[in-house]
Design a protein around this ligand. Structure first.
Ligand code: HEC
Length: 158
């Protein structure tokens, strides 16, 4: 009996994890395939901020689905704030393992900055539109925000 219930708990945790990763795929496969235990210092700090940003993105997706547009404000603000601060968390050469940041960040810092700015701006625009409650514009603005995450990852992340 004891073993059976332990197995049930394991299975429950497993399916919860599966559910979570399916959600992530809905917002565009933004999670990383790798485990990141062992990250320290500024690398750990920025990974945590990116994870918070991803959680915020999921909250926005859920708010749009539920048409609760006032629930977009806080997570959009969190993403915008991080977009404004992000570049300062990438001092030159700060990509020892397990970081997935690519060297090209420091070779093409101008473009990296532009993409971080585009991310912050997309979040700010979404926040504005959410306050106005204009449904026809909220969805495209959300897609643009997701796109700004993905295009930076394509170029600058492993
Ligand atoms: C300007 C570039 C850029 C933008 C914009 C960007 N990211 Fe990232 N992201 C990165 C880089 C680079 C890493 C790898 C950091 C590392 O491993 O040191 C990363 C890592 C991550 C990670 C993995 C964190 C971990 O635990 O290792 C997640 C999740 C993530 N980003 C989500 C997002 C989301 C969600 C958005 C948009 C709301 C976003 N990112 C926008 C560049 C960006």
């Amino acid at each position: 009996m004891k073993n059976t219930s332990f197995l049930c708990v394991l299975l429950a945790v497993f399916f919860m994890a599966m559910g979570a990763s399916n959600d992530l795929h809905q917002v565009g496969s933004l999670n990383s395939a790798h485990a990141h235990s062992g990250a320290t210092g500024i690398v750990k700090d920025r990974m945590d901020r990116f994870k918070d940003s991803q959680t915020a993105l999921k909250a926005i997706a859920a708010a749009i689905k539920a048409q609760e547009f006032n629930a977009i404000d806080a997570p959009a603000q969190l993403i915008a704030q991080w977009g404004d601060e992000m570049v300062a968390y990438f001092p030159e050469g700060s990509n020892p393992s397990p970081s997935e940041a690519l060297n090209v960040i420091w070779q093409e810092m101008d473009q990296f900055k532009t993409m971080a700015e585009a991310n912050a701006n997309a979040a700010k625009r979404l926040k504005q539109l959410a306050l106005s409650g204009d449904q026809s514009k909220i969805k495209p603005a959300f897609n643009e925000l997701v796109g700004s995450c993905k295009s930076c990852h394509q170029k600058f992340r492993q």
